[in-house]
Design a protein around this ligand. Structure first.
Ligand code: R5P
Length: 301
């Protein structure tokens, strides 16, 4: 068998390089581009015949381009004779559409999982999916990682006084309970309501758990428009929290989310580098999951 390689899609070259450095699995040569009509072009320039190969690609913005790129890389590697293709997808876009909320909607996460697997992928590595059930959408084995321990480890270093962990919606209670046990902290839950007829709009309905005088730590999987954490922070400060810290695995930061967070009542945000964050923001600190992913790739060889 030839030696393994990591092929990086264009979404997160920084993370790919870090994973390569830590795992000692070299990056493969690949040429990625876009034709003038918008079609994605992929060219594998290494000999991968009988190789174990990894594709590192987050389905972050531009989401559709990155998904197609991942599928085309997998197809190119299959046609080049790769022995086993593992798609490493630190952020799985479309994961929030994992069920039908109303008649007439697709289950987008299933469609994307099928597309990836049918392109020739034999195994998937992913991180903190919006819903754990998405693991079952892939008809191949999945290594399911979580950034919670990495985020908790970083938070512990801050030595916040009597933190209380907050789930910003009922769907995130299990994640928050796990995070609270890592921090040995109590748990509060916010009930959030989304208006299905207005995209990205929401309101905080109610809260269970005492937060007066404490440092509230919101834990979420994704920060997209920032609406969830900004509204939650407002409610938590009204309830008496002195500090509001946010931890999330995936910093999508759509549109002007970073500017809104900067002006909000949130004191600090910790996110992983599952998505490459190019804009600077004083309140946002990135914690790397490169070691976590590198260890899992080495374990696969
Ligand atoms: C929703 O269920 C997720 O867990 C996140 O809370 C949500 O995706 C965050 O989105 P936004 O930042 O747009 O409120």
């Amino acid at each position: 068998m030839n030696s393994p390689k990591i092929f990086a899609g264009s979404s997160n070259l920084l993370l790919a390089q870090k994973i390569s450095d830590k795992s000692k699995i070299p990056l493969g040569k690949i040429d990625l581009g876009v034709f003038s009509d918008g079609e994605v072009d992929v060219w594998i320039q290494d000999d991968v015949n009988n190789c174990d190969v990894f594709i590192l690609q987050s389905n972050s913005a531009p989401v559709n381009r990155h998904i197609i790129e991942l599928a085309l890389i997998a197809d190119a590697l299959t046609r080049s004779g790769a022995h086993r293709i593992t798609a490493v997808i630190p952020y799985f876009g479309y994961s929030r559409k994992e069920k039908q909320s109303r008649k007439g909607e697709p289950i987008s996460a299933k469609v994307i999982a099928d597309l990836i697997v049918r392109s020739g992928v034999n195994k998937v590595v992913c991180l903190d999916l919006h819903a754990d059930a998405i693991v079952g959408f892939f008809d191949v084995p999945v290594i399911y990682l979580s950034a919670l321990e990495v985020l908790a480890g970083r938070l512990i270093k801050e030595k916040f006084k009597s933190p209380i962990v907050v789930a910003p919606d009922v769907g995130g209670v299990r994640r928050a309970r796990n995070f609270a046990s890592l921090l040995n902290a109590p748990l509060a839950v916010i009930e959030k309501h989304r208006h299905t007829h207005v995209r990205d709009s929401l309101e905080v309905l109610s809260m269970t758990g005492e937060v007066v005088g404490d440092c509230a730590v919101i834990i979420d999987d994704i920060i997209s428009t920032g609406g969830t954490i900004i509204e939650s922070a407002k409610a938590l400060k009204q309830k008496g929290a002195k500090k509001v810290i946010v931890c999330a695995t995936h910093g999508v930061f759509a549109n002007n989310a970073l500017e809104k967070i900067e002006k909000s009542e949130i004191d600090k945000v910790f996110v992983s580098d599952s998505i490459n964050i190019t804009k600077k923001n004083k309140k946002v600190e990135v914690v790397s999951v490169s070691e976590l992913i590198a260890d899992s790739l080495v374990g696969e060889l």
